[in-house]
Design a protein around this ligand. Sequence first.
Ligand SMILES: NC(=O)c1ccc[n+]([C@@H]2O[C@H](COP(=O)([O-])OP(=O)(O)OC[C@H]3O[C@@H](n4cnc5c(N)ncnc54)[C@H](O)[C@@H]3O)[C@@H](O)[C@H]2O)c1
Ligand SMILES: CC(C)[C@H](C(=O)O)[C@@H](O)C(=O)O
Ligand SMILES: [Mg+2]
Length: 347
Amino acid sequence: MLIALLPGDGIGPEVIAQARRVLDVVVGDRLTYEEGLVGGAAYKAVGHPLPEATMEIARRADALLFGAVGDPDCDALERRLRPEQAILGLRAGLSLFANLRPAKLFPELADASALRPEVASAIDLVIVRETNGDVYFGEKGIRTNAAGRREGYDIMCYDEDEVSRIARVGFETARARRGKLCSVDKANVLETSQLWRDVVIEVSADYPDVQLSHMYVDNAAMQLVRNPGQFDVIVTGNLFGDILSDQASMCAGSIGMLPSATLDANNKGLYEPIHGSAPDIAGQGKANPLATILSAAMMLRYSLGLPAEADRIEAAVAKALAGGVRSPDLGGTHTTAQLGDAVLAAL
Ligand SMILES: NC(=O)c1ccc[n+]([C@@H]2O[C@H](COP(=O)([O-])OP(=O)(O)OC[C@H]3O[C@@H](n4cnc5c(N)ncnc54)[C@H](O)[C@@H]3O)[C@@H](O)[C@H]2O)c1
Ligand SMILES: CC(C)[C@H](C(=O)O)[C@@H](O)C(=O)O
Ligand SMILES: [Mg+2]
């Protein structure tokens, strides 16, 4: 099976290196890798953040393992050349619309959560985030308005098929878990959200066994901190899901702990930590690689049909944490490589 390995920028290559060590031990030569340039690294090498050569590997691969993109050197570039366009281009170009972001507290990390331990310990949820639509992909630009002033705009737009297909992923995910789906929107203000809510309710007719609720996004942000244990599966749009998942990560201990899968209709997927390239700590051995290692486990489970191997990796991460290894984001002083060492030792 072929993996497109896309390390990217900043801490991306550092965390991918540790995931690769783990995969080599757990699945060995059952996987082959082709590395592609993405993000600022690709822009600097060939003038584009998502070169056709990388897309070609990505199309051929059975799954994609992605680090992170984002480079302060590229901040002044026009939008289509910015490193972040690489991840958006992969999601759009490969129809990767269903972004699953599980947030669960490893019991050993109760002290690292931003919440009180008894509140934090209840967090065990999945955010199902749509990643092919919303303000990310609507018409956008900067224009001069009637008053002669510059005006930026990003149209928020979802069509009903986009909503129903992500709603189905939400219902299926809930059905396979504790049977509760919370759809998060802003239907008190946004027409897009009103349609979202109507379509989710229509789709719910096919899932009478799943308990559906609706919540406004501002309340959801508050409830995630007040009582995260109330959520099983959250289904939401691209922008709300982006924000809520970073927030959920701190409830579960650290942004460096949350993995993700972004799937197409056939479970081909891109696997990446939810965090970015973290330029503030890049190159210092401070990055927590566990989100990326856990993303590799999700890849084995969802795209490669190796659930036992995925379980093995997740158990090894838990064992490494139980052994006391902690990167700075978790309140410790261990390096990126030492976290990798601890997971390998646990394996
Ligand atoms: N999918 C992606 O590739 C992705 C995701 C988010 C942000 N970005 C990009 O990354 C760049 C930096 O963005 P940002 O600073 O807003 O977000 P970020 O997630 O890169 O970093 C936010 C904070 O979290 C810390 N952090 C992140 N990952 C960590 C890890 N594994 N271990 C320890 N600490 C970690 C960072 O040091 C920083 O203080 C920007 O260019 C942004 O667009 C890319
Ligand atoms: C880098 C950026 C485009 C991306 C997003 O907003 O989707 C990131 O924040 C993420 O969470 O994957
Ligand atoms: Mg994000």
